[in-house]
Design a protein. Structure first.
Length: 74
């Protein structure tokens, strides 16, 4: 039974880290939008690429495009 408790503990810890990573990505989304809004397009584009990499490669989630990833100012 101790093994099951350890498995549940590991699962809770993993879920906690995933929620923290998702919260950080939401903050990054805000920063990307803000930078794009103040016309810091190159910086927002670089951060958007980093965000996409994190979602795809590190979190195994599909990419969610941001409005700032597609711009007329490209």
């Amino acid at each position: 039974m101790a093994r099951n408790d350890n498995g549940n503990s590991n699962r809770r810890e993993t879920d906690r880290y995933r929620r923290a990573a998702e919260d950080a990505l939401q903050q990054l989304d805000w920063a990307i939008g803000y930078l794009h809004g103040i016309r810091k397009v190159e910086i927002s584009r670089a951060l958007a690429k980093n965000r996409s990499y994190i979602r795809r490669q590190l979190m195994d989630e599909p990419e969610e495009p941001l409005p700032s990833q597609t711009t007329d100012e490209s």
